[in-house]
Design a binder for this molecule. Structure first.
Ligand code: COA
Length: 330
């Protein structure tokens, strides 16, 4: 029987690899300084996955934590969405590998590909399936091993990213709770500002491509920065309007953690004091699709969200893409 319902978060989890790489460690690899990195980005350290650990391994740990908190067995999942730009491989999808690892044999699964906006896109997608009644419980995971795509000769990019995974189980919540409004969008014209040229079929990762450093993240930082400060607050505002709310209603903003200055500018646009904004960029750097769910899990376990709180997720990323989501916490 199809039961239409509101969709909210039932449980969260996260995992970061043990190895911590500090700004001082990066000073030994490229011409940079702890002072520059902290001042321009807010990052102090990040975690890197060791060889042999793959995105699906980190997803699996985060997923088990989220299921545990939700009090659900893996068999109760109807869908798994893994949001990543660093899958283990193109086929099978990372979601298939996670399904096998956790034994979620009743779940339809797929990977979703929206870079740093991935988790917010995934959360909105999960919401549609629950609201339509097609699914009861959907596991959404954001996970990345970006360290394998970082050029440790390029100081413009190699100081910015880290590895990790975050997960949330979305399920049915009472009327008035859960996701109240959302916004998502993209501007493909901005694809040139942030990409990995040799990461698909257009330029295969041959020795020549490697020698030209085409298998690494390329970024025009200034263009991405301008885009980010424009869209992060805007997508949150649009989602709030769709929820019939305004910035004054926000109890906690959980933004994509790319740069503390971008986060501060979104907070300013939303007239929010920084104590209503969750920040953990100093510990993890930019973990792309994993950044919002890692932050959401930390905020959740620290008791930063209480029943009835209005929680806003806002992300932006390569594509270019953006997405915002407003929830009444249950
Ligand atoms: N260490 C030291 N110096 C560095 C450096 C580093 N790691 N990276 C860049 N610099 C230098 C530049 O070479 C430049 O030197 P120059 O003036 O001699 O040419 C100088 O610092 C200033 O560079 P600039 O690009 O103006 O710095 P910025 O204040 O714009 O900060 C970013 C650079 C990348 C931190 C910033 O543009 C940013 O955060 N962009 C958005 C990135 C992002 O969010 N990406 C992910 C999207 S999901």
């Amino acid at each position: 029987m199809i039961v239409k319902a509101n969709a909210g978060v039932l449980g969260t989890g996260h995992y970061v690899p043990e190895r911590v790489v500090t700004n001082a460690d990066l000073e030994k690899m490229v011409d940079t300084s702890d002072e520059w990195i902290q001042e321009r980005t807010g990052i102090r350290e990040r975690h890197f996955a060791p060889d042999g650990v793959n995105t699906s391994d980190m997803c699996t740990i985060a997923a088990k934590q989220a299921l545990d908190m939700a009090g659900l067995s893996p068999e109760e999942l109807d869908m798994i969405i893994v949001c990543t730009l660093t899958p283990d491989m193109t086929i099978p999808s990372t979601a298939c590998i996670v399904q096998k690892n956790i034994g979620a044999k009743n779940a339809a699964v797929f990977d979703l590909y929206a870079a740093c906006s991935g988790f917010a896109y995934g959360a909105i997608t999960a919401t549609q399936y629950i609201q339509s009644g097609m699914c009861k419980n959907v596991l959404v995971i954001g996970a990345e091993i970006l360290s394998r795509y970082m050029d440790f000769t390029d100081r413009n990019t190699c100081v910015l990213f880290g590895d990790g995974a975050g997960a949330a189980v979305f399920g049915q919540v009472p009327e008035g709770y859960g996701v109240l409004g959302a916004d998502m969008g993209a501007d493909g014209n901005g694809g040139k500002y942030l990409n990995i040229p040799s990461s698909g079929v257009a330029i295969l990762p041959t020795d020549e491509a490697r020698a030209k450093h085409l298998t690494y993240i390329k970024m025009d930082g200034k263009e991405v920065y301008k885009f980010a400060v424009k869209v992060m607050g805007r997508t949150a505002e649009k989602a709030l309007t769709r929820a019939g709310l305004s910035h004054e209603d926000i109890d906690l903003l959980i933004p994509h953690q790319a740069n503390i200055r971008i986060i501060q500018s979104a907070a300013k646009r939303l007239h929010l004091p920084m104590d209503k904004v969750f920040v953990n960029i100093h510990k993890y750097a930019n973990t792309s699709g994993a950044s919002i769910p890692i932050a959401m899990d930390e905020a959740n376990r620290q008791g930063r969200m209480k029943r009835d709180d209005i929680v806003v997720l806002a992300g932006f990323g390569a594509g270019l893409t953006w997405a915002g989501l407003v929830m009444k916490w249950y």
